[in-house]
Write a protein that binds this ligand. Structure first.
Ligand SMILES: *[C@@H]1O[C@H](CO)[C@@H](O)[C@H](O)[C@H]1NC(C)=O
Ligand SMILES: *[C@@H]1O[C@H](CO)[C@@H](O)[C@H](O)[C@H]1NC(C)=O
Ligand SMILES: *[C@@H]1O[C@H](CO)[C@@H](O)[C@H](O)[C@H]1NC(C)=O
Ligand SMILES: *[C@@H]1O[C@H](CO)[C@@H](O)[C@H](O)[C@H]1NC(C)=O
Ligand SMILES: CC(=O)N[C@H]1CO[C@H](CO)[C@@H](O)[C@@H]1O
Length: 432
């Protein structure tokens, strides 16, 4: 039978760090080098590091400086992601081809019926209305293309926008891309909403560089209603944050996020709570907790948004991952005073970091508070608490606590046994 061993203190803190540092830990543990990076890198994670303008390159120089501080395994990771990306790209290309072959034929009847709904000298608005009501995306595309071929017809923002929406929602990304290119080719056409929609679907399609190229087009636009808004930036932040699965990748993308944020502020666009939390989360995930704290302290002073529960959750987690227990506890207190309830992840981080830091009583107290507030503790948290109590020579007390957890149904039978065997293995069979 597989038995859990209670890790030694240093190993434990490593494990906890792993546990704390990032979501999707198994994919990329920044603290353990020989650990399946190649097993499942997200396919197009490191897509294009020169996504942004020159500012990006300046930022990249800084990156390589800080990279040298990271463990030696990172270049390997980098390499393996790159090669994997290349091979995945060819797989995707093949996939795209095979998809084209199996594309269902156009429903001509539907198409004819839609065309017959249009008045003889139809306007772009008439066309948009017909496309809006049409459920078949291929018929929508055909209507769009057919209209383009009519001699006196010119598309406007509304007919482009609805077609892009229909194709994007149907995941016909290649077809959508073609329509977006037609919009980009006409310099005086577009709207913030149309571009937002395009950015959104490109990020869904994991075509991050296309999303960024739309953003650049918006920034260059002289038309006021086409310039990037806070929504545009937030869409890009979300896409960039969604990429990272380990701190190295987060590190790379954080540079892009940081330049975007700088451009946003320079262009006079006020970041909202979502943008600020994106910055905090990005900094925490890339292990720049002090930068995260700087943003946090600027909330409400430099920027007009006060921290919400997400801001606190990210920071508590980030501080705990760096064993900054005192700071984490401060924020936890502040958060509770404001009436926010920490997330399960923030609670788990805090309890772990208190226990490892020797404050076991406090850890247990907060664990009970968690339970009261219906936040779930995880296996590592339970194991850490028991391990630390035992390490202080109070094995019987740990056993009692474990029993209590079982009686209150916090741990199921399986978890109970796993924890119990672990205790027995590590600390002998001292029964009460
Ligand atoms: C990150 O890793 C987890 C588990 O390893 C996986 O489930 C998830 O899909 C990954 N996310 C991304 C964006 O690659
Ligand atoms: C990338 O990988 C994820 C899961 O790992 C998958 O769902 C997605 O379809 C892939 N994207 C592409 C474009 O291959
Ligand atoms: C990466 O982006 C830059 C600038 O946007 C572009 O010139 C370059 O061709 C892109 N590289 C790849 C591999 O897509
Ligand atoms: C649709 O209209 C075209 C041209 O008017 C015609 O040739 C075709 O047979 C029609 N298709 C259907 C299925 O009604
Ligand atoms: C996908 C997305 O967020 N689109 C938004 C783009 O901007 C317009 C208006 O500014 C919003 O209405 C859309 O929801």
């Amino acid at each position: 039978m597989f038995r859990y061993r209670f890790p030694s203190r240093t190993l434990a803190s490593k494990l906890i760090l792993t546990h704390l540092t990032l979501k999707g830990v198994s994919a990329g543990n920044p603290f353990v080098c020989n650990h399946g990076f190649h097993s499942h890198p997200s396919n197009d994670t490191v897509e294009n590091l020169s996504l942004l303008t020159q500012t990006q390159w300046k930022a990249s120089t800084k990156l390589s400086a800080s990279m040298s501080l990271l463990p030696k395994c990172y270049p390997l990771l980098f390499y393996s992601l790159h090669s994997n990306y290349a091979s995945l790209r060819s797989v995707r290309r093949w996939h795209k081809k095979s998809k084209k072959v199996s594309k269902p034929p156009l429903d001509e009847g539907q198409f004819n019926r839609s065309v017959s709904q249009l008045p003889p000298r139809f306007t772009p608005e008439d066309l948009s209305n017909v496309i809006t009501l049409q459920e078949d995306p291929l018929v929508c595309l055909e209507l769009f293309n057919w209209a383009s071929r009519q001699p006196r017809f010119r598309h406007d923002v509304s007919s482009y926008h609805i077609t892009i929406k229909k194709l994007g929602s149907a995941k016909l990304y290649q077809e959508m891309d073609d329509v977006v290119n037609q919009v980009l080719a006409v310099s005086d056409i577009g709207s913030e909403a149309l571009f937002n929609t395009s950015i959104y679907f490109f990020t869904e399609a994991r075509k991050l560089s296309r999303a960024v190229s739309i953003y650049k087009h918006m920034r260059k636009s002289r038309v006021l209603g086409c310039r990037p808004s806070v929504i545009t930036y937030n869409l890009l932040f979300t896409a960039l944050l969604g990429r990272g699965n380990n701190s190295y990748i987060n590190h790379v993308y954080m540079d892009t996020i940081r330049s975007l944020f700088r451009q946003m502020v320079n262009d006079g666009i006020e970041p909202d709570i979502f943008s600020l939390n994106a910055m905090i989360k990005g900094y925490v995930n890339s292990l720049h907790v002090n930068d995260a704290l700087r943003i946090f302290h600027q909330m409400g002073t430099v920027y007009k948004s006060l921290p919400n529960s997400h801001s606190y959750n990210y920071l508590i987690h980030g501080l705990c991952a760096q064993s900054r227990t005192i700071n984490a506890k401060e924020l936890y207190g502040e958060m509770k005073n404001k009436g926010f309830v920490p997330s399960s992840k923030a609670y788990n981080s805090l309890v772990n970091c208190l226990a490892i830091g020797g404050e076991v009583e406090e850890a247990v107290r907060i664990l009970w508070e968690m339970v009261e507030r219906q936040r779930l503790a995880d296996f590592i948290t339970y194991r850490t608490i028991l391990g630390e109590i035992c390490r202080q020579g109070r094995v019987a007390e740990a056993m009692r606590l474990l029993k209590e957890w079982q009686e209150k149904e916090l741990v199921d039978g399986h978890t109970y046994r796993k924890l119990l065997y672990g205790l027995e293995d590590e600390f002998g069979n001292s029964k009460e």
